[in-house]
Design a protein around this ligand. Structure first.
Ligand SMILES: Nc1ncnc2c1ncn2[C@@H]1O[C@H](COP(=O)(O)OP(=O)(O)OP(=O)(O)O)[C@@H](O)[C@H]1O
Ligand SMILES: [Mg+2]
Length: 331
């Protein structure tokens, strides 16, 4: 059964300079217990996609539409996220779906202790009394590997390291065992040595609580560790999708291949750092044909003039490219 079903998601921002088409007709589905990643370079629409699932984009400036935007809660009830009121979303968030972000500092209240902030989750959503709530908070802090939780509970966010703050946010996000956890670049702001620990913690929490995971990242290394299936996004569109194993070993889209080639050691044939030429186009100045055409080593006249559809390549694989790998790099 699917936890999330999104069809033809479009997200447009109204700005002083005109309309920005951040997401242009994206389909995403996540099964119960599945770990799914969205990967792509900066500005391709990953975060706004995640925020739209949580109902966290405000209109204006954001205009969100979809043919379907269904979230199925634990009791089997289907929710159209686009039709929920703010109060209904407040309940769904935390109890059924939760999100962790790149920078934990911005989501912690600087004038409340860590314990008070964790307690709130249990008081508000479970109606616990303060003393019981604190017991649950301490228990949660232990679960996310925070040493000396009784002492930590009395500290303020500025007294904690980035790694501990991210653990606290993971504790808050997963304390009510939501069905879906969305993690948006949860380790990019952290020390490299801490990154693996936090990713392991997220995996462990997902497994224990049987949560589905939507991992948002620009890092294929993270995708390889954290996901079963992946959507490769470029300029607001899905350009390739499939299982992580298949996509990393036999990419079908030149953008995916280029992303793999930028990670040293991902493909043993590529030894040095490789860059994708040029930058992601400005969202108001996307190429006329395939959005990747101006950076693609295999671009043809057709690619420059006509946008390719997302071809079904069988076995759950899709690719938005006119060509097959054997016609391009596997020649
Ligand atoms: N509030 C906003 N107003 C106008 N445009 C916005 C707003 N939020 C996002 N955008 C635009 O939407 C597009 C997608 O942004 P998004 O933050 O989803 O990118 P991303 O893939 O998460 O990138 P990054 O890896 O840098 O986090 C970008 O072009 C961005 O400029
Ligand atoms: Mg982002």
């Amino acid at each position: 059964m699917n936890v999330l079903d999104i069809k033809d998601l479009k997200i447009i921002f109204r700005t002083g300079d005109g309309f920005v088409r951040a997401v242009e007709g994206v389909d995403i589905s996540i099964r119960e217990g599945e770990r799914v990643a969205i990967v792509g370079e900066s500005g391709c629409g990953k975060s706004v996609t995640g925020l739209s699932c949580m109902g966290l984009l405000t209109t204006p400036p954001a205009y969100v539409t979809a043919r379907e935007f269904t979230f199925v809660s634990r009791n089997g009830e289907k929710h159209n996220i686009l039709e929920k009121t703010e109060n209904e979303m407040l309940r769904l968030r935390a109890e059924e779906m939760a999100m962790i972000f790149q920078d934990p500092s911005t989501f912690l209240n600087p004038v409340m202790t860590i314990g008070e902030q964790l307690d709130e989750v249990f008081v508000y959503h479970m109606g616990l009394k303060p003393k019981q709530a604190r017991e649950r908070s301490i228990e949660m802090m232990k679960k996310v590997g925070i040493p000396d939780p009784e002492m930590r509970a009395m500290q303020y966010p500025h007294e904690l390291s980035g790694g501990i703050k991210q653990r606290i946010l993971i504790a808050m996000a997963t304390s009510l065992s939501p069905r879906l956890l969305i993690a948006d670049e949860p380790t990019t702001a952290l020390d490299v040595t801490i990154q693996a620990q936090i990713l392991n913690l997220i995996s462990e929490r997902c497994e224990k609580e049987k949560m589905s995971l939507l991992m948002i990242t620009h890092d294929l290394g993270v995708v390889r560790e954290m996901a079963d299936r992946v959507y490769v996004m470029y300029c607001g569109k899905i350009v390739e999708e499939g299982t992580v194993d298949e996509i990393l070993t036999s990419p079908r889209h030149p953008y995916t291949k280029a992303l793999i080639d930028t990670v040293p050691g991902m493909d043993e044939k590529v030894e040095r750092f490789v860059q994708i030429p040029h930058n992601v186009p400005h969202p108001m100045n996307k190429p006329q044909g395939c959005y990747f055409s101006n950076r693609c080593a295999y671009c043809t006249e057709l690619c420059r003039t006509k946008q390719p559809p997302l071809y079904d390549r069988g076995n759950g694989r899709k690719s938005r490219c006119y060509f097959r790998p054997e016609e391009l790099w596997e020649k």
